[in-house]
Design a protein around this ligand. Structure first.
Ligand code: GLU
Length: 312
């Protein structure tokens, strides 16, 4: 990528334009309500933040409003598990797109309790088990880890969201018990689920999330605190999984339209990166039929179109 050509890019102007252009779409998506607390949100909200590896940051709209990160947090637990278990992790969870809804049970039976990838719920629950089985005080450990990545000590769980996830998490509980029956969950199922619901119910702003993804844009080293969280090869692997599996059953469409590795969550956030350059997070709670933020995907599509940058 010719980064020199980007020297004069007016990033603020670009994201302001994007915010204006997606405004008419804000009411077209549907806010998730299968976890009742998720519906408790302003459906008109839209935020966007970019963090550059050189330290600059640009934000627009509701970029400082906290939202429920949901599945975006699976990237942080995967990072933790991968750094602990290294390639042994892939004995427990696969690396292929699932082609099935994110909370499907069917494939799991056909494939003997080994989830297709770490971003469908079954895969993220196995990853959760890997962290729970290998760390003390796991939930606080992962929350502290995410605070460190986001450079924000005040990040916390939304307790109402956590209770709502737990009360309505029958399908996730079913997935966890099912995998336990195949021997693919080591720790106590309730402990694993509490950890999983706990990190999904964290509240973060677009700026928090974008900053927390910077290490993936920088071959595993966070440019702010200079710490290495993953090897360059591990960072490449996570980005590859984000591209192929990070946006539910629409990863192909997302790659086609946007051209960046990214992770979405049912709270309406999407985080994405351009290696060697930047991380970006958009948030708008209305979802498309695949569960990705409708205005968020459009905003990222506009971003790569207007700037002419993508990973390709
Ligand atoms: N905690 C949510 C669930 O397990 C995460 C869903 C998502 O964002 O994809 O259903």
């Amino acid at each position: 990528m010719a980064n020199d050509n980007l020297k004069h890019t007016d990033w603020q102007l670009i994201i302001n334009e994007i915010a204006n252009e997606v405004r008419p779409l804000l009411n077209e998506g549907k806010v998730a309500d299968y976890i009742p607390e998720l519906a408790n949100v302003d459906s008109n909200a839209f935020g966007i933040s970019i963090c550059m590896l050189d330290g600059r940051a640009f934000s627009c709209g509701d970029a400082h409003t906290k939202f429920s990160v949901q599945s975006i947090s699976k990237v942080f637990s995967l990072t933790k598990a991968f750094s602990i278990l290294k390639d042994d992790l892939w004995k427990r969870v696969g690396k292929e797109p699932s082609g099935n809804p994110f909370n499907s049970l069917i494939q799991l039976e056909n494939e003997n309790g080994k989830p297709r990838n770490p971003f469908i719920n079954a895969g993220a629950i196995v990853v959760a088990d890997c962290v729970v089985s290998n760390t003390e005080d796991s939930l606080n450990t992962i929350i502290d880890f995410i605070r460190e990545l986001a450079c924000n000590k005040s990040i916390k769980m939304n307790q109402a969201m956590f209770r709502s996830e737990k009360a309505f998490g029958h399908r996730n509980a079913a997935l966890a018990h099912f995998m336990k029956s195949y021997g693919n969950i080591e720790a106590d199922v309730d402990e694993v689920l509490d950890f999983y619901f706990g990190h999904c119910s964290l509240s973060m702003s677009c700026e928090d999330v974008a900053r927390a993804f910077l290490f993936l844009a920088n071959h595993g080293v966070h440019p702010v605190n200079k710490r290495r969280y993953l090897t360059a090869s591990q960072s490449k692997r996570i980005n590859s999984l984000l591209l192929t599996c990070g946006t539910y059953d629409a990863a192909g469409d997302f790659a086609f339209r946007v051209g960046m590795p990214g992770k979405s969550g049912v709270g309406g956030g999407i985080a994405a990166i351009i290696p060697g350059l930047l991380s970006i997070c958009v948030w708008s709670p209305g979802l498309d039929k695949y569960g990705n933020s409708l205005a968020g995907v459009k905003a990222l599509e506009l971003f790569t179109t207007k700037t002419g940058i993508s990973i390709f």
